[in-house]
Design a protein around this ligand. Structure first.
Ligand code: HEC
Ligand SMILES: [Cu+2]
Length: 313
């Protein structure tokens, strides 16, 4: 049965957990469907008109019975809830040391950028047995990034970052799909995820030289776009120092705080007015429309690499 092509490979660490939830739900539904059908038929035949079956002793009220059919489904529902919540938490909490790859979806292709600078289209090379986190956005409409064999699927939205993570467990080539109808060639919007053993992955990364690492490409843009004139490492500029800001809690005008994640960095650049850092004037110009989505990802990668000890990731 496991070779049945309707069912995709289980090729990630979370696949069996997700399938577990699926089979549990299917099993439970089947069990009760069969049970109910059986009794419908059984009683229909037993008490059909004209039989001499015993019809005395009718029960109109039974607290025990009421309790039983309330409590048992409650218990089952809670069990399902706990099991699926565990799978869900697993799905949405990436390990912190995950390899980070940036994805841009557009009509009708997937583009990927690796931290080392490799870029690819409709292909995604990843190492086996290592957590990979994808930071994704769309250049046009809503897409959905879907790798059935890994049991991960996440909407990819214009003007926002969403992310998923997975850890592939077996080298091989797996399907990659867009799972959100996104226009004429939606059906063509796919490709393959190629899972390589670590050594081969390193080889692949080293494959074509001349790639500029993402953070470095971001640093160049940071200079070109004039960010550096306001954002200086020593905080002497007109804007706050961006060293170490990633992952920190930032205090905003008005007293709220936000955690500076990738989405916050992106928003700060294209829509600086959305959240103003406390103690600074709102003088930063918007860069909406001036930087491509890939360029933005590079700048975000650069900002993330700025650590207080001066070390890059
Ligand atoms: C004219 C000066 C100026 C320029 C140019 C400028 N910024 Fe800013 N930036 C600011 C100021 C002032 C703030 C703080 C107020 C605010 O949140 O808008 C800020 C805030 C930020 C923040 C949020 C920082 C935090 O501590 O939470 C980020 C990220 C950022 N800028 C990135 C950039 C990038 C990237 C560029 C270039 C593409 C850039 N800025 C260009 C002045 C500038
Ligand atoms: Cu699509």
């Amino acid at each position: 049965m496991w070779d049945f092509p309707l069912f995709p490979d289980q090729a990630s660490t979370i696949a069996s957990g997700v399938d577990g939830v699926y089979f549990l739900l299917v099993g439970l539904s089947l069990f009760f469907a069969v049970l109910v059908c059986f009794f419908i038929l059984f009683f229909a035949i037993k008490y059909r008109r004209g039989t001499t079956a015993d019809r005395s002793g009718l029960v109109f009220e039974s607290s025990k019975l009421e309790f039983f059919w309330s409590f048992v489904p409650l218990l089952l529902a809670l069990t399902v809830f706990i099991i699926q919540a565990m799978a869900y938490f697993n799905l949405y909490r990436p390990p912190i040391d995950a390899l980070e790859i940036y994805i841009v979806g557009k009509q009708w292709m997937w583009k990927a950028q690796h931290p080392e600078g490799q870029a690819e289209i409709n292909q995604l090379h990843v190492p086996v047995n290592r957590a990979v986190r994808l930071i994704m956005t769309s250049q046009d409409v809503i897409h959905s990034f879907y790798i059935p064999a890994f049991r991960v699927k996440q909407d990819v939205l214009p003007g926002r970052y969403t992310s998923i993570w997975f850890e592939a467990t077996r080298p091989g080539t797996y399907h990659l799909f867009c799972a959100e109808f996104c226009g004429t060639d939606h059906a063509e919007m796919g490709g393959s995820v190629i899972v390589l053993p670590e050594a081969e992955y390193q080889q692949w990364l080293a494959g074509d030289s001349g790639n500029v690492p993402l953070a470095e490409a971001g640093a160049a843009q940071f200079q070109q776009l004039g960010c550096a004139t306001c954002h200086q490492a020593d905080a002497q500029g007109r804007g706050p120092s961006l060293v170490g800001v990633f992952g920190q809690e930032v205090e905003l005008e008005g007293g709220q705080t936000v955690v500076a994640d990738e989405e916050y960095l992106r928003e700060s650049i294209v829509n600086p007015r959305a959240k103003i850092v406390a103690g600074y004037p709102s003088i930063m110009p918007t860069y909406q429309g001036q930087i491509s989505d890939e360029g933005l990802q590079q700048i975000v990668a650069y900002l993330k690499s700025l650590q207080p000890d001066g070390g890059e990731q």
